[in-house]
Design a protein around this ligand. Sequence first.
Ligand SMILES: Cc1ncc(COP(=O)(O)O)c(C=O)c1O
Length: 411
Amino acid sequence: MLAKPDTLAAPFRSAARIADIGVSEILQIGAQAAALRKAGEDVIILGAGEPDFDTPEPVKQAAVRAMQRGETKYTALDGSPVMKEAVREKFRRDNGLEFSTQEISVASGAKQVIFNAFMATLDPGDEVIVPTPYWTSYADIIRVAGGTPVLVACDLANGFRLKAEQLERAITPATRWLMLNSPSNPTGAAYSETDYRPLLDVLLRHPHVWLLADDIYEHIVYDDFRFVTPAALEPALRGRILTVNGVSKAYAMTGWRIGYGAGPAALIKAMAVIQSQSTSNPSSISQAAAIEALTGSQACLTERRDSFRLRRDLVVDALNAIDGIACLRPQGAFYTFASCAGLLGRTTPKGSRIESDRDFCAYVLDAAKVAVVPGSAFGATPFFRISYATSEAELKEALARIAGACAALMV
Ligand SMILES: Cc1ncc(COP(=O)(O)O)c(C=O)c1O
């Protein structure tokens, strides 16, 4: 039996801290595309931020064995000792970095690591510099934590990378953190040692500013690009860098929810306080799987990287062949961030004008049945993001449809 409505109850009221936080545009577009699919339309969704590959079999088997051994209880709050050891080994092997277990935190996804870091350090008025285009969760997490995101626009002309003079200008006495993400979601742009150097020099001159380096796409880099991480480049900054990473993207483990961070012990301890009153330990079974991912054979990384590179080239070449679209060839991640500036002002066959990247993406969904995400969802216009973490056949079909829809636009 359903409960009777309580007519005297006050209407629902949400907390002020979530007032400025909207539902992600990516999720909205995904929902719209899913609704079209349900209605029988043949929609191709190029919006998802997760690899289409399966979690490697040895990783799944490690989880099964953990369950059979009875590893189904609480573990140490921010990662079991074996898990932390696996993270230490990863940093040593891949980045030449040595951390103690007190300098490592394991959480339910890299997102939780970032959340813990900002919750543990930001007070009202504290600023965090976030270069755009950006993964919008950064700004929302900063706001939830009571801080102020300071968005700094990075130009296409500089490959969407932050310049030293922009960083210098953005720093104020209230700056607590600089947030960097390489390779980047949504642009795929990555910082080489030469790109990082001038930024790290600025930070050396401003000892009150900490750096959060989000390296989640570390293993998805192409051609001769060599991945580097700031903590390895500048030992003098080690005392104020939090390096964030996770297994979601590299090992196709988005659903397992394991991320980790490494940084100064005092920060890690403060982050554990936040985690202790939210989720406690990340899933014991997922930790067992992540240990296998981080310490087992790394062969899948190369295979998958090669496959992603072929898809990147397919998408970039097809986009650049379309009149009105221009796309850089990204160094990493699995996204392209193309400009649709050349299509603005054109008219659709139904008679409406394309005035913005949002209009363009709505048109592509309507006319070509392909879901892509407008750049405005990442703080930059007029662009659109394609996630090419999907099959080659589907990408070819999607790009052919987008090309057809663009050709149908009238100048
Ligand atoms: C740039 C960036 N950082 C962090 C994350 C979060 O990853 P996780 O699944 O480990 O929480 C994502 C996921 O989309 C991302 O794109």
